[in-house]
Design a binder for this molecule. Structure first.
Ligand SMILES: *Cc1c(COP(=O)(O)O)cnc(C)c1O
Length: 350
């Protein structure tokens, strides 16, 4: 069991902060005459009514999520996208101009952006050439002011999964928070690190409704961690950070796990088909192994191909200027028809 004393580790003024107490915090009953929140008692200027403030802690969603994820509602934070959780981790733990975090490029861009917004230094320890963790390099880069290490698994934009033993070593050795971003876990064959939450108090696992669940437009993401960490995030979030409509639709999706699983199977099949075709295309120099819903491919003329595809209204992600991804395009797996259009366009380019 790895323990960490949050009271020594979080920013002192956040620990001491008296959070905003909303009307729905102070009285949590569901029945009654609600004259406490200055809401409109008549209804809404829409067909459906949204005149009441939503549950600030989204308990219904968290309770429905619990058996699916195997995590207690008390260990769950829901944010306006997992991006909100990333930002709140900075604000809870990192003192501007003093503390630092470690990121492992090439990786998801939001860690750096949130650090920049919060004036927090980023120490980068690049992945190895096969996109795995440089464990010794990471542990050597840690300073007394290092608060967070971001590990994206499966990694974006490379698509691979990371060696589990390497991640465990970091969890064991680092006396700060290890944030494992599992946005693509549903497309991978590895089990979630949420299984280890009871063993590692320094573990935060991020997941999202934006990818496999197909709910990117609703903006809802998850952070799983110790009760102490979740309490801290709840303390500094906006009081009603997940709106009523999003809570209702997220709940609806959780009753439809089979549809999510069916979509994942279809996307994985399409991914396999795409790989087969890419293997036959001379312009594709390398296809990186993917445990996500996208493929990273190496080509000779990435920018030309990217532009050529745009002219045909097919948009992929040019990652050719990203460290270790030179010459690479990142392509999201689409529908059968979309993938066919992409392949036709690539053939036309050759
Ligand atoms: C897409 C993605 C997310 C999801 O962010 P949301 O704010 O939940 O939409 C998080 N992390 C990574 C690595 C991603 O690629």
């Amino acid at each position: 069991m790895k323990s960490i004393d949050i009271t020594k580790f979080a920013r002192p003024h956040i620990l001491n902060l008296k959070p905003y107490s909303s009307a729905r915090d102070e009285y949590t009953g569901v029945a009654g005459t609600f004259l406490d929140a200055n809401e409109n008692p008549l209804g809404s200027a829409t067909d459906e009514n949204f005149n009441r403030y939503p549950d600030p802690y989204q308990w219904e969603v968290k309770k429905a999520l619990s058996p699916i994820k195997g995590v207690n509602p008390e260990n769950t934070f829901l944010g306006n996208g997992s991006d909100e959780a990333i930002d709140l981790l900075f604000r809870a733990f990192c003192e501007p101009k003093a503390d630092n975090v470690i990121t492992l490029p090439p990786t998801y861009g939001m860690y750096q952006v949130c650090a920049d917004i919060n004036l927090v230094d980023v120490i980068t320890v690049p992945l190895t050439t096969d996109f795995q963790l440089d464990v010794d390099g990471i542990l050597k880069a840690v300073t007394p002011s290092t608060k967070l290490i971001f590990i994206c698994n499966p990694n974006n934009p490379t698509g691979n999964k990371l060696d589990e033993k390497a991640i465990l070593k970091i969890l064991d050795e680092f006396n700060g928070l290890v944030v494992i971003d599992e946005a693509y876990i549903d497309f991978s064959d590895h089990t979630s690190f949420t299984n280890l939450l009871s063993e590692y108090q320094n573990l935060v696992v991020l997941q999202t409704f934006s990818k496999a669940w197909g709910l990117a437009a609703l903006r809802i993401g998850m952070a799983f961690a110790s009760k102490e960490i979740i309490t801290l995030l709840n303390k500094i979030k906006y009081p009603y950070n997940i709106n009523q409509l999003t809570q209702e639709k997220a709940l609806e999706s959780l009753k439809n796990v089979r549809k999510k699983e069916q979509m994942v199977r279809e996307i994985l099949q399409e991914r396999a088909e795409l790989i087969k075709v890419f293997e036959q295309l001379p312009l594709v120099k390398h296809i990186y192994p993917s445990h996500a819903n996208f493929l990273l491919i190496k080509v000779d003329e990435p920018v030309k191909i990217y532009q050529f595809l745009i002219d045909k209204l097919i948009i992929v992600r040019d990652r050719s200027k990203v460290m270790l991804c030179e010459g690479c395009l990142r392509i999201t797996v689409g529908t059968t028809k979309e993938n066919k259009d992409l392949i036709e366009a690539l053939k036309a380019f050759q």
